[in-house]
Design a protein around this ligand. Structure first.
Ligand SMILES: Nc1ncnc2c1ncn2[C@@H]1O[C@H](COP(=O)(O)OP(=O)(O)OP(=O)(O)O)[C@@H](O)[C@H]1O
Ligand SMILES: [Mg+2]
Length: 297
């Protein structure tokens, strides 16, 4: 492991410790979830944003950190053009609080900005400022969701190791599965103590989702020590996601009755350990109960 990675890892790890120390005696409220993938373009950013919105709809206070500093992903999906981003925080011109933008359901977003720089490359004092600021605001939220860039770079690994849970996104293609396994293996090798959960995106059937999840789980359990991978769920391949991306709107707000939205609500409900009745079913149920009451006269 390079010195640089060591440095970033320690600083990122401090994020949790810092919050715990600051709230002294109180249980830390914020759950930190890092969303990562081996292969790029598998749906991390769409998942993170829409999961945040779903958790918001279920009454949770959510902060999303766009840690993919290569491309300004989240704000593009929201059709937002934030004036300030992380580069302004790192240069000391703005605080994290100053740059937060609002998303649907009162979620807060820290825009990454599209300056091509990596957190790991920054001088230590800049990194320190960033993580200290993040630790300070972190406890106002129930969830801090961190969207990372493609592949396994130093920042992705650090944000993963610092999180309570890492959500790995894959699609059912063999190359994506191999890369997802590679990422799980690397995180596990660094003695990660949190939970690693898998989400299979763009499935064409429930069966495909289940089979894909099982495939990775079997390999992980066979070849990796002390790695209990949970398959959190799957999301259907849904052209409404593509339509929403084109409109620069989250699919959950543009197409709340789409299959992908329903899958996302289910995943959010599972995370919160609550039951969720599909919106569309509820609509139909209301409709049929209205008809039957009309027929009964
Ligand atoms: N469930 C889905 N159904 C259909 N298309 C999808 C789905 N999820 C993602 N996509 C498509 O994949 C594209 C890439 O998604 P997204 O930007 O969320 O991936 P990413 O993993 O964040 O990419 P990167 O690695 O570049 O950050 C979307 O623009 C959309 O066209
Ligand atoms: Mg992305």
């Amino acid at each position: 492991m390079s010195n640089q990675l060591d440095r970033l890892r320690i600083l990122a790890g401090n994020l949790k410790a810092d919050v715990e120390n600051k709230i002294n005696g109180f249980e830390r409220k914020t759950k930190i979830i890092t969303v990562a993938s081996g292969k790029g373009g598998v749906g991390k950013t769409n998942f993170t944003l829409n999961l945040g919105i779903a958790l918001g709809e279920f009454g949770k206070k959510v902060l999303i950190l766009d840690a993919d500093l290569g491309l300004a992903n989240i704000d593009v999906l929201l059709g937002a053009a934030p004036k300030y981003n992380l580069s302004h925080v790192i240069s000391g011109k703005r605080t994290i609080k100053d740059i937060i933008i609002k998303g649907p359901n009162d979620i807060d977003i820290i825009p990454g900005g599209s300056g091509v720089f990596e957190l790991a490359q920054l001088p230590e004092e800049d990194l320190n400022t960033f993580f200290t600021q993040l630790a300070q605001i972190d406890n106002e939220y129930d969830f801090l969701l961190i969207d990372t860039g493609a592949g396994l770079n130093k920042s992705v690994l650090s944000f993963s190791l610092a999180a309570d849970e890492v959500f790995i996104i894959t699609i059912p293609e063999p190359t994506s599965l191999t890369d997802a396994y590679g990422l799980i293996k690397t995180i596990n090798k660094h003695r990660y103590v949190g939970k690693i959960k898998l989400i299979v995106n763009r499935v064409t059937s429930r069966e495909e989702g289940e089979i894909t999840g099982k495939k990775i789980k079997i390999v992980v359990e066979r070849f990796l020590e002390n790695c209990d991978l949970q398959v959190l769920g799957f999301i259907n391949d849904d052209r409404m996601v593509i339509e929403a991306v084109k409109k620069q709107e989250p699919f959950l707000t543009s197409y709340p009755n789409s299959m992908a939205a329903s899958d996302l609500y289910h995943i959010a409900a599972d995370i919160l350990d609550i039951t969720y009745e599909k919106k569309i079913n509820k609509g139909l149920k209301d409709y049929f109960s209205r008809i039957s009451s009309l027929l009964r006269g």
